[in-house]
Ligand binder design. Structure first.
Ligand code: PRT
Ligand code: ZN
Length: 288
């Protein structure tokens, strides 16, 4: 039990599905996860702690969990409120991207945040931002319905998470200034026992491979032999491609991994320059 690796993830929220999905793609199998606080892997010495996202930094810092998946915004807020937290960011996971921004009611004429009342669920991040910019303002800590506070005269402006912007829009608010960008990250305790280290390193390497694969595509197409250099230059973040001769000696097949998504524009440019039978495939795992 002592040497099992514990990973804390959000039980129920925006991070939950993707966190479980990444771990499953790493080959970690779990029994049914419904309504459990503690889930044992069925094929590896790994346990999941299913908790609120706000508890993850402390659980990892106190070695109750060895790893955790949580938003950068939550980690920053907790670290600023408790400088004794011992954890480090191991990987950026590329999902649940959002930003913490100041926003104001559209109807109010205001172009800076000096001396305003700011409602937010992230008082420590906002305080730190204001201090660094030497701005004086009053922070009102509030959890839930932050976007309503300017309309009931609790605040002048808000600092809240924004993703698509539709919540701001539907509450007649407009973004004023970016405080920080955020996404889900993998955090790790800064004092991991040497017995657990090999498995933790394996998990981190597998997660890294899964997230790299998510952004990458395998592309293959046929081209005229004398056109290959021009076509290869069009490929985004490509590895040195494999060029295979075809039965028709005037043609070759080009295969490569692109470390970025391949957009329609790239496919159209390839086609315009003579590429044919273009195939773009998702990659499940990618290890260098
Ligand atoms: O219950 P528990 O404490 O575990 O969950 P929670 O309610 O505190 O968090 P949850 O599940 O809402 O969010 C978890 C994490 O997802 C956050 O800490 C962020 O890192 C990340 N995330 C990504 C977001 C958003 N996008 C997001 N859009 N968290 C919240 N929002 C909210 C935002 O507060 C605002 O109300 O969505 C609204 C804005 O969204 P748009 O798309 O309308 O702009
Ligand atoms: Zn929370």
């Amino acid at each position: 039990m002592k040497n099992r690796v514990k990973i804390a993830i959000q039980k129920n929220g925006r991070l939950s599905t993707e966190s479980l999905s990444i771990l499953k793609k790493c080959g970690i199998e779990f029994s049914d996860s419904n309504n459990k606080l503690f889930i044992k892997s069925t094929n590896m010495p790994i346990d999941l702690l299913m908790v609120r996202d706000d508890d993850i930094p402390r659980l990892v810092s106190q070695n109750i969990a060895d790893l955790g998946i949580v938003g950068e915004n939550v980690v920053s807020e907790k670290q600023l409120s408790d400088t004794s937290l011992k954890l480090k960011t191991t990987l950026k996971l590329g999902f649940s991207k959002c930003r913490l921004s100041f926003a104001k009611p559209k109807k109010i004429n205001l172009d800076n945040i000096s001396n305003k009342k700011i409602a937010t669920s992230y008082p420590n991040i906002v305080k730190d931002y204001l201090e660094k910019k030497d701005i004086n303002a009053e922070i009102i800590e509030i959890h839930g319905s932050v976007e309503l506070t300017p309309f009931v005269e609790i605040s002048d402006i808000i600092a809240d998470l924004v993703s698509t912007g539709s919540t701001l829009e539907s509450n007649n608010l407009t973004e004023l200034e970016l405080i920080m960008d955020s996404q889900a990250i993998l955090v790790q305790s800064s004092s991991i026992s040497s017995k657990k280290l090999p498995l933790i390193e394996k998990i981190v390497a597998r997660i890294n491979s899964v997230i790299k694969a998510k952004d990458s595509k395998y592309i293959m197409f046929n081209a005229d032999t004398n056109n290959t250099d021009e076509l290869i230059k069009l490929l985004p973040a490509a590895e040195s491609p494999t060029v295979i001769p075809l039965a028709d000696r005037s043609k070759v097949a080009i295969h490569t991994v692109c470390k970025e998504d391949v957009f329609w524009e790239t496919i159209e440019s390839l086609k315009l320059r003579g590429a044919s039978s273009i195939l773009v495939l998702p990659i499940e795992k990618l290890s260098y």
